[in-house]
Design a protein around this ligand. Structure first.
Ligand SMILES: CC(C)=CCC/C(C)=C/COP(=O)(O)OP(=O)(O)O
Ligand SMILES: C=C(C)CCOP(=O)(O)OP(=O)(O)O
Length: 296
């Protein structure tokens, strides 16, 4: 199989697997119907599952027994989904559409959307703590990494910094700090926890950590580029919405050409870190290009 076909196969198989696992864990819940419907609605709404796929690719560089990694991958997608439900709320971005469909609070109501997010966040930790494939030490380590990445020192800090920076001019450095926290920390968790569960050494994890940092930035630059050059039907929101909402983006600070150049620079740096990680990182290597060229 050529490299691209191998990657597509890896992505499609794991995307399906994550979808099935999410369904399995949510559909069996004996909880109030409206809450359950709301949690299922947003987890089934057509996300790309990039974070769990990354986690599995990072694990796959060191180990092939998928059983060990599924709960962390599913928990990560639950936390990502919670963050989007809350991000879309009237108190935050006040968005009506997500992935081309009504946002959770539009489909249900605001209180249900808040609780669905709370439910997904907390369920994610329960899932890891109940995983019989993990040792107690592994559970504690994963829960520690995931809570730090998603909590007030990680994604939550990024979200509030992003809100505080609204309608203010920020420097490139400030913009990258916001992205590193708001989006990058979950990518970093994906890469670090996958490698840790797979049995990578501390030295390898150090390179992968740096790799994850660049990958998070590649993701974000491409997100900003897509907002200008993308296809509304594919990105699931109107083109130009960042400019219309006066958002701080790479394109605003550097122009399209500058943003593309920046992204290419990060692609080179990310690939260098991967080569230094000294493992079979072929899926991760192809995922760098996938991230940098994605169209949605
Ligand atoms: C704690 C919370 C609520 C975190 C939200 C994190 C997050 C990555 C939101 C989406 O960012 P965005 O607004 O830049 O993206 P989009 O355009 O997809 O809404
Ligand atoms: C961090 C941002 C910009 C939110 C969207 O992330 P994704 O583009 O990974 O969202 P889905 O595939 O899950 O919709």
């Amino acid at each position: 199989m050529i490299v691209q076909e191998k990657l597509n196969h890896f992505i499609n198989t794991n995307r399906e697997l994550i979808g099935q696992e999410l369904q399995y864990h949510l559909k069996q819940l004996d909880i109030p119907e409206q809450l359950k419907a709301s949690m299922i609605y947003s987890t089934e709404a057509g996300g790309k599952r990039l974070r769990p796929i990354l986690l599995m690719a990072s694990f796959d560089a060191y180990n092939h027994d998928n059983n060990k990694v599924l709960s962390s991958a599913v928990a990560l997608e639950m936390i990502h989904t919670y963050s989007l439900i809350h991000d879309d709320l009237p108190a935050m971005d006040d968005d009506d559409l997500r992935r081309g469909q009504p946002t959770n609070h539009i489909k249900f109501d605001e209180a249900t959307a808040i609780l669905a997010g709370d439910g997904l966040l907390t369920l994610s930790f329960e899932l890891i703590s109940n995983d019989l494939h993990l040792t107690d030490g592994e559970k504690v380590q994963i829960i520690q990494l995931l809570s730090t990445a998603s909590g007030p020192k990680g994604m939550v800090a990024g979200q509030i910094r992003d809100m505080e920076a609204e309608r203010k001019a920020v420097t490139l450095e400030e913009l990258e700090t916001i992205h590193t926290l708001k989006t990058g920390e979950l990518f970093r968790f994906a890469i670090r926890s996958g490698a840790y569960l797979g049995g990578a050494t501390n030295e390898q994890i150090k390179h992968l950590d740096q790799f994850a940092h660049y990958l998070g930035l590649i993701f974000q630059v491409q997100d900003d580029i897509l907002d200008v050059t993308g296809d509304a039907a594919k990105i699931g929101k109107p083109v130009g919405s960042d400019e219309a909402n006066d958002k701080n983006t790479y394109v605003k600070l550097l122009g399209i050409e500058g943003a593309v150049e920046k992204k290419e620079n990060y692609v080179t740096k990310a690939k260098k870190e991967l080569s230094d990680a000294d493992a079979d990182t072929s899926h991760l290597m192809s995922l760098v290009d996938y991230f940098s060229k994605r169209d949605h």
